[in-house]
Design a binder for this molecule. Structure first.
Ligand SMILES: *[C@@H]1O[C@H](CO)[C@@H](O)[C@H](O)[C@H]1NC(C)=O
Ligand SMILES: *[C@@H]1O[C@H](CO)[C@@H](O)[C@H](O)[C@H]1NC(C)=O
Ligand SMILES: *[C@@H]1O[C@H](CO)[C@@H](O)[C@H](O)[C@H]1NC(C)=O
Ligand SMILES: *[C@@H]1O[C@H](CO)[C@@H](O)[C@H](O)[C@H]1NC(C)=O
Ligand SMILES: *[C@@H]1O[C@H](CO)[C@@H](O)[C@H](O)[C@H]1NC(C)=O
Ligand SMILES: *[C@@H]1O[C@H](CO)[C@@H](O)[C@H](O)[C@H]1NC(C)=O
Length: 538
């Protein structure tokens, strides 16, 4: 099998002459005997190496390595899309499906009659910080950035998480109803962050997207006057008890939020019961949080939030419970969903990735799915650079791209239906964040240069968001022998099969894919790579 990786070759000589680059491109053309589709045109990655293991692609208003449209090859051929530590970024290749096995010891076998969950979508969060960073660029660069995520030539994000009022990724503390004692929410108002920054950007993203975006709202804290702590931060819950004045008002606050966004033609697919309810149970928690136990979350949904949404024009808006670490499963699901009064209002369970290393997926996600198969599981937040041992922005870190792909594949293989990244864009310092909780993002903006950098994690997201569109159904993959490759297979709504493969290993094992419907596909996933293989079956 001949692999064409023009970008990798060009990268090694990226400080050299045009002649050398052209030679590299020619070699690739000879190699696959077909025009080079990526890495060689005006849309190639402007690679920048900041010394963190791999490269970022630099984009400005007029130039960006857009993913571009993807055409499904005819039956009998397959498409490969490769990103790697060595520098490939969604590099395309094509090959012939073989009638006979290559004899490779490792064979991944597609089992289409084993059917699992359907995909909802992938995306990121329009936090105050993300909106602030995007708007710090020139108009042309802003549009370029949004196109990279949402336009058909980009990576087809379909989910946008929207914080309700401030969180740590804000520059000040506020809610939409800060006037003490405003139980009727007469003075409920969106913030200037919503009206001047987030909403116009979400509207632009929506206008670029070929499909309606699935908006998802999460609140970090209730107004201070509704809380036991009298503050937005730290340990604290709503005053009183579910069904009481504060809990009821907090549910009405959600309805008012949906009404106000509705005035801007933005309707929400779902709301969560609140970001990380366990944070508000921790002493001296340093930023906005609202504590719930599984019991109070259950009773608030049953008595307040569920009935309030049901009685409003937003009866179809989904309610996603938990919105916190999957380590809390299946316990939270058992408490909340075993109660018919709460369960009838809930559609899904939101999970964050932060403690995933301590939370075996089968014990948490798998068990929850088997007990409550009618409720979807959905990744509502994840980011790199949150761990004190490995903090903040790391331009070009391939390890972080692997962390993303590993977690996404693990989640998908345990019934999760989508995965939402955290801030859509951050600055070079990983903020702004009022409590200095700086982290990383797939897009880092450099306002001074009016450019943005697409990180390896951007491409990690792309391998899933661009190829696994809504309605794709996970199917079985079996392996002829144990291997270090991580993989997940899907049948899309157009009938194509998509196999996602992550190679984080050190062993050399070329392999083949066998789809009994079409034949054998010879593959070699290079070192430290993410590979998407797509083929038509009819
Ligand atoms: C944008 O990037 C391209 C490719 O690096 C470069 O040729 C062009 O000059 C840049 N445009 C501006 C306005 O900096
Ligand atoms: C495929 O395998 C069959 C049966 O072993 C053999 O007869 C045939 O020649 C092989 N075809 C190719 C192209 O190798
Ligand atoms: C709402 O705002 C108005 C005008 O600023 C103020 O007079 C009124 O007291 C506020 N209501 C509440 C309940 O805080
Ligand atoms: C909302 O959409 C309607 C119908 O498409 C349009 O008439 C109206 O101007 C839009 N309003 C806003 C605020 O964008
Ligand atoms: C919480 O903060 C208070 C006031 O700053 C301090 O006295 C207390 O020791 C802190 N508690 C913990 C567990 O850190
Ligand atoms: C995975 O990467 C290793 C190096 O880390 C490489 O030697 C091997 O060929 C790759 N595995 C497969 C199955 O392609």
């Amino acid at each position: 099998m001949c692999w064409c990786q023009p970008l990798e070759i060009c990268l090694r000589i990226h400080r050299s002459t045009t002649t050398m680059r052209l030679t590299a491109i020619l070699l690739c053309v000879v190699c696959i005997g077909a025009p080079v589709t990526s890495g060689a045109g005006k849309d190639d990655c402007q690679a920048r190496d900041f010394g963190h293991g791999s490269v970022v692609c630099e984009c400005n208003a007029s130039h960006c390595d857009s993913a571009g449209p993807v055409q499904l090859p005819p039956v009998g051929q397959f498409l490969t899309v490769l990103s790697s530590k060595a520098g490939s970024r969604l590099a395309r290749g094509q090959g012939q499906v073989l009638k006979n096995s290559t004899g490779a010891a490792l064979r991944l076998i597609i089992v289409p009659y084993q059917k699992y969950q359907r995909i909802k979508g992938f995306g990121g969060a329009m936090t105050d910080a993300a909106a602030f960073n995007i708007r710090s660029l020139s108009g042309g660069a802003q549009d370029q950035l949004l196109r990279q995520y949402f336009a058909p030539e980009g990576i087809a994000y379909s989910v946008v998480r929207v914080p309700m009022a401030s969180c740590d990724f804000s520059t000040r503390l506020y809610t939409y109803a800060d006037a003490p004692g405003d139980y009727d929410l007469t003075n409920f108002t969106l913030s200037s962050e919503d009206i001047e920054m987030k909403i116009p950007l979400i509207q632009k993203a929506q206008a670029m997207s070929p499909h309606p975006l699935s908006l998802l709202a999460s609140a970090w804290s209730a107004p201070a006057w509704m809380k036991t702590s009298g503050a937005l931060i730290g340990k604290g819950t709503l005053k009183g008890h579910p069904g009481g004045k504060e809990y009821t008002t907090w549910a009405q606050y959600y309805v008012r939020f949906l009404e106000e966004y509705g005035k801007f033609n933005l309707s929400f697919w779902a709301v969560t019961t609140g970001n990380e309810p366990t944070a508000g149970q921790m002493t001296n928690y340093s930023f906005q949080a609202l504590g719930f136990t599984p019991e109070t979350q259950r009773d608030w949904v049953a008595m307040d939030l569920g009935p309030a949404l049901h009685a409003s024009q937003f009866a179809k808006t989904h309610i996603i419970m938990l919105d916190d670490q999957r380590l809390l499963l299946p316990h939270w699901a058992k408490v909340v969903l075993s109660d018919v009064h709460a369960a009838r209002y809930i559609h899904g369970i939101g999970v964050h990735w932060y403690m995933d290393r301590l939370a075996p997926p089968e014990l948490t996600l798998g068990t929850t799915h088997h007990i409550f198969p009618q409720y979807f599981l959905f990744g509502t937040e994840a980011c790199s650079g949150w761990n004190p041992a490995d903090r903040g922005v790391k331009l070009g870190s391939w390890e972080r791209a692997e962390d993303y792909a590993h977690d996404i594949i693990e989640d998908l293989n345990h019934y999760v239906t989508g995965w939402t990244d955290w801030n859509l864009a951050l600055d070079l310092g990983g903020g702004p964040n009022w409590v200095k909780n700086f982290v990383d993002s797939p897009i880092i903006v450099d306002t001074k240069k009016d450019v943005f950098y697409k990180q390896p994690t951007f491409y990690s997201m792309a391998h899933f968001s661009k190829f696994l569109w809504e309605g794709s159904q996970r199917v079985g993959v079996s392996s002829s022998e144990p291997s270090a490759l991580e993989s997940s297979a899907f049948v899309r709504t157009d009938g194509a099969v998509v196999l996602e493969v992550l190679n984080r290993s050190e062993e050399h094992i070329p392999f083949e894919i066998w789809d009994p419907a079409v034949g054998f596909i010879p593959i070699d996933a290079p070192a430290h790579s993410i590979l998407t293989v797509v083929w038509a079956t009819q």
